[in-house]
Design a protein around this ligand. Structure first.
Ligand code: UD1
Ligand code: CA
Length: 454
């Protein structure tokens, strides 16, 4: 049986009060719609069709997923009308699963419950909610058979007390779906073509309506405003935190971790509170990350300690490094291993060799640094002449005195020592002391000025 998935994503999302289409708002660093698309593909469907409307071009550009079939619904005339637009794109399939682009937490395991157990042409996913306000209600007969769905706006007082609601997720045989969609009418409180009306049609034809529930009710929750988006973000972060802990990661507080991407963690990784991980982050064994640190697209090898308040972006941190607190490591930084980078140090597009130390108040940019180098406090590589960037080379075992400016392009030889306070504009030879600053003098007979009278 060939399975198609239709994701409805044409709604405007007025309550978000945003210029951005609702389905592009992000949950854990990924657009809402992308969550639904990724879940859909976990089911290995034969086709995935997205119905877009408002902001369609932007949606297609941002999602940019080659595997999708896009269908436009220029006017939003209801969920039934939306699915009807998708029919030409569903040619040749047997069953159609309808998902919503603004219901991002639905999981493949829950969808499989519906797919694997539905034998008739009509499968429906419902949940019981303590507060069913706003949702379509599932109306059943005395024997418990589903009769129809009534929308909140069309429901009478008795129907409004029903706590079993329509998640919107349905699995329908394509052949019946075509016929039923053809018969929909907008004769209801909202003047829309309701997809939900096909349930009564199925019942009328004697098609059994098969009902399944998701593993967790929250999976069915939609995002209509920013408060709901924030609430679902917390749920999703909690799930991720639980998965990480199950994999052996220590989280000092699972409620204070934000993973907006993927984390691959080795053994005995410890994350302190308010760590933010973005993009693809890889942490080796025994990596410790201090509070308030941001790691974005970073690979960290084994036995690395990152202290509090660091920002590390698009960098590679070799094993045994010690970083922070308050270090900023920018794109293109490569710490080979065993390096120490301390407070108020910025490193960009540079290699820091094995065991080298940049412990305090430095800017190292566009630099190739060898092994066992010691960079004194306040050392700056002057890599930019106002027009072009130039590189600085620092050989193995060099010692750069505090408050040195290295004016690139320039190179410091292996084992060279640079006196503190130097401005180095020419290459400094290996194994020698180079100084570039005014010599200290002491003036004999000088006296401090005295206050003039009057
Ligand atoms: C819908 C269901 C309701 C269910 C609820 C679950 C109908 C008539 N009602 O109501 O039973 O409890 O979802 O969340 O189906 N969309 C389009 N084109 C349209 C209209 C909607 O693509 O013309 C998309 C929206 O972008 C959204 C989804 O369909 O992703 C649901 O639409 P929405 O208007 O939010 O439906 P509800 O009133 O919430
Ligand atoms: Ca909705």
């Amino acid at each position: 049986m060939k399975l198609g998935v239709v994701i409805l994503a044409a709604g405007q999302g007025t309550r978000m009060r945003s210029r951005r289409p609702k389905v592009l708002h992000q949950l854990a660093g990924r657009p809402l719609l992308q969550h639904v698309i990724d879940t859909a593909f976990e089911l290995s469907p034969d086709r995935v069709v997205v119905v877009h409307g408002h902001g369609g071009d932007e949606v297609r550009r941002v999602i940019g997923d080659e595997r999708l079939n896009w269908v436009e619904q220029p006017e939003q005339r209801g969920t039934g009308h939306a699915v009807r637009q998708a029919l030409p794109a569903l040619e040749g399939l047997d069953r159609v699963l309808v998902l919503y682009g603004d219901v991002p937490l639905i999981r493949a395991a829950s969808l499989r419950r519906l797919i694997d157990t539905t034998e008739s042409a009509m499968g429906l996913m419902t949940v019981e909610l303590a507060d069913p306000t706003g949702y379509g209600r599932i109306v059943r007969d005395e024997a418990g058979n589903v009769l129809r769905i009534v929308e909140e706006k069309d429901a009478d007082d008795a129907e409004k007390t029903i706590r079993e609601i329509n998640t919107g997720i349905m699995l329908v045989g394509l052949e019946r779906l075509r016929v039923w969609l053809e018969r929909l009418s907008p004769d209801n409180a909202q003047g829309e073509y309701y997809l939900t009306d096909i349930i009564a049609m199925a019942v009328h034809e004697g098609v059994a309506v098969h009902v399944a529930q998701p593993e967790e009710a929250v999976e069915a929750e939609g995002v209509n405003d920013r408060a709901q988006l924030a609430a679902l973000e917390r749920v999703y972060q909690q799930w991720q935190a639980e998965a990480l802990m199950a994999d052996g990661v220590t989280l000092r507080d699972p409620a204070r971790l934000d993973l907006r991407g993927t984390l691959k963690a080795g053994m005995d990784v410890e994350l302190d509170v308010n760590v933010i991980l973005e993009g693809e982050v890889v942490l080796g064994d025994n990596v410790r990350v201090g509070a308030n640190t941001v790691l974005r697209n970073v690979t960290v090898e084994d036995d690395v300690t990152i202290l509090e308040n660091c920002v590390i972006d698009s960098a590679h941190i070799g094993s045994g490094c010690h970083i922070g607190p308050f270090s900023r490591i920018r794109p293109g930084a490569e710490l080979v291993g065993g390096a120490h980078v301390g407070n108020f140090v910025e490193i960009k597009n540079s290699t820091i060799g094995l065991g080298s130390k940049v412990n305090h108040l430095s800017y190292i940019g566009d630099t190739d640094m060898g092994a066992d180098v010691n960079i004194g406090a306040g050392t700056i590589t002057c890599n930019y002449d106002g027009v072009n960037k130039h590189r600085t080379l620092i050989g193995d075992n060099a010692f750069i005195g505090s408050n040195t400016a290295l004016v690139a392009p320039v190179s410091v030889g292996d084992g060279a020592t640079i006196g503190a306070g130097s401005v180095i504009t020419r290459d400094a030879p290996a194994d020698k002391l180079t100084l570039a600053r005014g010599r200290q003098v002491t003036i004999d007979g000088w006296t401090r000025p005295t206050k003039e009278e009057g």
